[in-house]
Ligand binder design. Structure first.
Ligand SMILES: [Cu+2]
Length: 525
């Protein structure tokens, strides 16, 4: 590595310039946060005042032939995220989060997206077992009406000289078809456009998609109003009420990337749950199923539920990114990286009526330490249960099943003579195939990190085999699609590449890293 490259890494980590540390020394410090925080320029509300919104469930426009059809319009809309403050956003159907889609396992869904935004978009269903044509490849653009002639000058095409002959570009509307032949779980859909995923999600392009099946329904888990999706995301607000974001190109059309201090990730100083700042939710003194998604661009959380007298409630994990665990795992503290989901049951029955249970982030400080709260409002009957056996269909891949082992380093470096985030020393190029595997092959991947990198594979779920030579952590249980690499860590995962042939991706889900090169192609043949 040349000195010039080392300086690039130091700049990206925001460490070397100030301290003269080598990257090895920087690593030894194991920074607890990867990213830099924006400060809002409007007054922020006190915590636990705004009621928790639950995103509306979208109704299909048609249900013919055993398949459901939905329509979503991507459009600019004004939202009142902070009380009394108007925030222009990019939305799915006018709301943030977008509408929730509820599906049954194996029942196909087609979502027709219409782009009325001023930029191209791409929809990816995170965690979906989706044919490549509907997986939202970053150059498979959905252009706004009349923008066809513009596309050559937008985004990566002109900026980095990358051209993707395989891109399938459509104008105004595009149908995404999801077979949903997969384990029931909480998925989420979000923008995935080449070079501009991070600011597009930040502006509001994210929504939930729940898959259910009869076996899960029969378990007797908390349900109805006692099942709550919680999309956690941090944001910051400019003086005019708009969302602050340090984009180099605020039009999000031509020049990708963020200002230098934010290269490692953009953090906000307001914690939103389902689009509301530090909300509060009234609950019965009973068990609740909380389906938690970290939809933040770069912020990690270590969640705990603390009662007014300082007791921590058990977070009984029943599911991971890709559905139910084999058996519950009890946590007091639950780390959650960007794009991860945890399905947990919390029992409020021991909390005095009127008591407040705060959900806090142990990695936060000041205002970002609070996430939300539950107010236990009343005694209530509870016939829910958490069975000892939750599922029996988890894949049991063994190392000996793997036909090959691959290594990938996720590290800062230089790309296009600027700062970048690289996989195996290379920035993303749609025209380069990084991994070719055969449909059905089992592989072990060793993922090595410099700073925090939540690594996500499209199409497949995987299991965590080890962390730096040690057994996986308790929260690594079950089937994952995103694994949180911690600074300096090497994580082994195992998966079987089944489902569909075609071009897929794997990438860091720190959305700023993803936009600045940390993505690679996975070709299943
Ligand atoms: Cu990363």
């Amino acid at each position: 590595m040349t000195r010039r490259q080392m300086l690039g890494i130091g700049g990206a980590l925001g460490l070397m310039a100030a301290t003269g540390l080598t990257s090895a020394a920087a690593l030894a410090r194991r920074p607890s946060i990867t990213g830099a925080q924006l400060r809002s320029a409007v007054p922020l509300p006190p915590p636990f005042q705004v009621p928790l919104p639950v995103p509306a469930v979208l109704k299909p426009v048609g249900t013919s032939g055993g398949a459901d059809r939905y329509e979503i319009t991507q459009c600019e809309a004004s939202a009142e995220i902070l009380p009394g403050v108007t925030t222009p956003m990019w939305t799915y159907n006018g709301t943030f989060p977008g509408p929730t889609i509820e599906s049954r396992r194996g029942r196909p869904v087609t979502v027709s997206h219409r782009n009325e935004l001023p930029v191209p978009t791409v929809v990816h269903l995170h965690g979906g077992r989706t044919p490549a044509a509907s997986d939202g490849y970053p150059t498979d653009l959905l252009l706004p009406e009349g923008r066809q002639e513009h596309s050559m000058h937008m985004g990566h095409g002109s900026e980095h000289g990358m051209h993707d002959p395989r891109a399938v570009v459509t104008e105004l509307t595009r149908d995404y078809t999801f077979p949903l032949d997969q384990r029931p779980t909480l998925l989420w859909y979000h923008d995935h456009r080449m070079d501009f995923t991070a600011p597009a999600i930040w502006r509001g392009l994210a929504g939930l998609h729940i898959v259910r099946d009869d076996a899960e329904d029969a378990l007797g888990l908390p349900a109805g109003p006692r099942e709550l999706p919680l999309m956690i995301a941090d944001r910051a607000f400019a003086a005019d009420g708009s969302l602050a974001y340090p984009a180099l190109d605020p039009t999000l059309r031509v020049r990708p990337g963020v200002r230098e201090p934010y290269l490692a990730g953009v953090l906000g100083d307001v914690i939103l749950v389902n689009g509301a700042p530090w909300p509060v939710h009234e609950v019965d003194a009973a068990r609740y199923r909380l389906r938690i998604l970290n939809a933040s661009n770069a912020r990690h959380y270590e969640l705990e539920a603390v009662t007014g007298d300082g007791h921590r409630l058990d977070l009984v994990q029943i599911g991971a990114d890709q559905g139910l665990l084999a058996a519950p795992v009890v946590h007091r503290l639950l780390p959650i990286a960007p794009a991860e989901r945890y399905d947990v049951v919390v029992d409020f029955s021991g909390v005095p009526i009127g008591g407040l249970v705060k959900v806090v982030n142990r990695l936060g400080s000041g205002r970002t330490r609070d996430v939300m709260a539950f107010r236990v409002a009343r005694k209530a009957a509870d016939d829910s249960r958490v069975p000892r056996t939750l599922s029996t269909d988890l894949p049991a891949w063994r190392r000996s099943d793997a036909v090959r082992v691959r290594d990938f380093a996720f590290r800062a470096g230089r790309m296009h003579s600027g700062h970048g985030w690289l996989i195996g020393g290379l920035p993303f190029d749609p025209a380069r195939t990084d991994v070719t595997t055969r449909l059905g092959d089992v592989e072990v991947w060793r993922l090595i990190a410099d700073v925090h990198h939540p690594v996500h594979l499209h199409l497949v779920g995987f299991r965590v085999l080890s962390r730096s030579g040690r057994p996986p952590l308790p929260h690594d249980a079950g089937l994952k699609d995103t694994v949180s690499l911690r600074p300096g860590e090497a994580v082994e995962i195992i998966t079987r590449f089944d489902g569909y042939r075609g071009r897929y991706l794997f990438h860091c889900h720190n959305a700023e890293h993803e936009d600045m090169g940390m993505m690679a192609n996975l070709e299943i043949v």
